[in-house]
Every structure is written in structure tokens, then in C-alpha cells.
Ligand binder design. Structure first.
Ligand code: FE2
Length: 192
């Protein structure tokens, strides 16, 4: 198998407050599965002689799910930290412009996290006008706004919290908010 994408190591997150090592290690293993499958799919799709076959179509349909599953997990693990982190001025200004205050944005972010079903809550920047908005992305790839710059992602699939929190998703969301790496989030702004 040709390797185009390699697994990133997020083991530095072990010991993260509110996240057991068991839950994190399971999550890393799930992420590694996406990377592996992206490599397999790329190789298979390139080598298929009949691109119009049912097999090729089904693999093609699967590609976005696997690729975004890989990328969304990388963004998620990268926007968490064991260090104390505070939001910088530029991001704070943009959030206040869009939501009135950080607290109002946080209420919105948490409420979206409580949506039923599997998916992600994502804070986006529209690079066309610099505006921020928060939305729900279903599975990994459905509802991703075209050209939207992903600033912050929170995994709301059950595997992200059930090991430690059971059905107490709100508690997981609170723990996640406490470990957001705001420096990394701010670096994702299109102006950086
Ligand atoms: Fe996940």
C-alpha cells in the first residue's frame, strides 16, 4: 500500500484534564483508521481501470467521509492543550462582533454540541468577509461550508465522550471547553 498520509502523534495529550487516557487512546486508534483508509482508497481509486463501475462509484462516495474523518480529528486533537490557554484579542473581537460576547458565543457553541446525532460543532471563519459563524457538521463531511476556514472543532460523536461520561454529554462539552487551545485556534484565522 502506498502511504500518502501519515498518522500524526497526539500522545502528548495523555493526562489531559477531563479525558481519561483510555478514552484518548481509543480515539487515537479510531483516527488512525481514517488515515489508513484514506491511503487505501486513494490507491484503489487511482488503479481502477473502470472509473464508471459501481465499485468505483461506491469507493468515491466513501472518500469524503474518510478524508474529512482524518482531517477533522487532526484539527480536534490539535485544538486541545494541557497548558493554560487564553483567547487572544483578534479572535475575541471577531467573536464579540458576531455573537455580542464570548459568553453568548459559548452558549451557542454548547447548545449546538447538545444536538442529537453524531457530528461536530465547528467555529468557522468566512475568509471572504472575515465573519465568524458556528455550525453543526453531520458525520464528518455533510454541512461543511465551502471555503469556510475551520478555526475550532469539537467532536460530538459518542466515542468522543461515552467512555468517561456515559450519556452526560454536557459534562464532556464543559471539559472540552476547558482544554481549548486558543493560540492554535487564533493561528487558523485567515489573517495569520
Ligand atoms: Fe472522533
Amino acid at each position: 500500500m502506498s502511504v500518502i498520509y501519515t498518522v500524526k502523534d497526539f500522545s502528548h495529550l495523555l493526562g489531559l484534564t477531563g479525558f481519561s487516557d483510555t478514552m484518548l487512546n481509543n480515539h487515537f486508534t479510531l483516527y488512525q483508521g481514517y488515515v489508513k483508509n484514506v491511503n487505501i482508497l486513494m490507491e484503489k481509486l487511482i488503479s481502477m481501470t473502470d472509473q464508471l463501475s459501481i465499485e468505483a462509484s461506491e469507493l468515491e462516495r466513501r472518500f469524503g467521509w474518510e478524508f474529512d474523518g482524518m482531517r477533522m480529528h487532526e484539527l480536534y486533537f490539535e485544538n486541545m492543550t494541557k497548558e493554560k490557554s487564553e483567547m487572544g484579542g483578534e479572535l475575541k473581537e471577531k467573536i464579540e462582533k458576531a455573537y455580542g460576547s464570548y459568553e453568548q458565543w459559548l452558549d451557542c457553541f454548547k447548545a449546538k454540541g447538545m444536538m442529537r446525532g453524531i457530528g461536530w460543532v465547528v467555529l468557522f471563519e468566512d475568509p471572504a468577509n472575515g465573519e465568524l459563524f458556528t455550525t453543526w457538521v453531520r458525520e464528518h463531511e455533510q454541512g461543511l461550508p465551502a471555503t469556510g476556514k475551520i478555526l475550532l472543532v469539537m467532536d460530538c460523536w459518542e466515542h468522543a465522550y461515552m467512555t468517561d461520561y456515559g450519556l452526560k454529554k454536557a459534562d464532556y462539552i464543559n471539559s472540552f471547553v476547558n482544554v481549548i487551545d486558543w493560540k492554535t485556534v487564533e493561528k487558523r484565522l485567515s489573517t495569520k
